[in-house]
Design a protein around this ligand. Structure first.
Ligand SMILES: Nc1ncnc2c1ncn2[C@@H]1O[C@H](COP(=O)(O)OP(=O)(O)OP(=O)(O)O)[C@@H](O)[C@H]1O
Ligand SMILES: [Mg+2]
Length: 177
């Protein structure tokens, strides 16, 4: 089974994916590292620019039939059995990205993306089986348990569980308005 873990940068994908892969005894694949290994994409400054179609084609060929947890903000584009969209209060996203010394502009972009569900909407367009998980106030271990519980119960679609417009006022200071 291929499980894709996607979400806004800083939402906790890598932390959760590694733990989930360990629990399931699945292979962990970071899409960026995979692309670099395969010589896909082009470096523009310190950002890797990827042709999503090319990436998906290669991934599909290389991992068909394998048990994989694939981690990336592009993971919802690969042919996965289940797409997990991790969510976090946009303020948490902001604080984590700020701590990584991201520019104000980049923090703002990503906070806005989380606020308005950009990755969720893309994921729903790509895959029937989309499970949304709110990580806010939970430990990575708790998030992994929640994902495992849902999968074991046969849940394949659970969306619409957060609405960050309710906390818009708290998020405004981070937006580039
Ligand atoms: N419930 C949680 N789930 C996941 N991460 C959490 C949670 N609570 C706190 N964290 C912390 O949030 C940070 C998330 O960073 P992480 O690198 O996993 O995010 P990411 O989504 O992979 O980011 P990027 O898209 O830039 O790769 C880590 O420091 C992690 O310890
Ligand atoms: Mg990561």
């Amino acid at each position: 089974m291929i499980i894709a873990i996607t979400g806004t940068p800083g939402v906790g994908k890598t932390t959760v994916s590694k733990l989930l892969a360990e629990r399931l005894n699945y292979r962990y694949v970071n899409l960026r590292d995979y692309a670099l290994e395969k010589g896909l994409g082009e470096m523009k400054g310190d950002e890797l620019e990827l042709d999503v179609d090319e990436l998906v084609e290669n991934f599909a060929k290389d991992f068909k039939g394998e048990d994989v947890v694939v981690d990336s903000h592009l993971a919802h584009h690969v042919p996965a059995d289940i797409v997990v969209v991790l969510r976090a209060h946009p303020k948490l996203v902001a604080e984590r990205l700020k701590a990584r010394d991201y520019s104000k502009e980049k923090v703002g972009e990503n906070v806005e993306a989380e606020l308005i569900d950009v990755i969720l909407v893309e994921a729903i367009e790509e895959n029937e089986n989309v499970i949304e998980v709110d990580t806010t106030g939970k430990t990575p271990g708790e998030v992994v348990e929640e994902i495992l519980g849902l999968i074991e119960r046969g849940v394949r679609r659970r969306i619409g569980i957060v609405d960050w417009s309710e906390v818009y006022d708290e998020v405004v200071p981070y937006l580039r308005l």
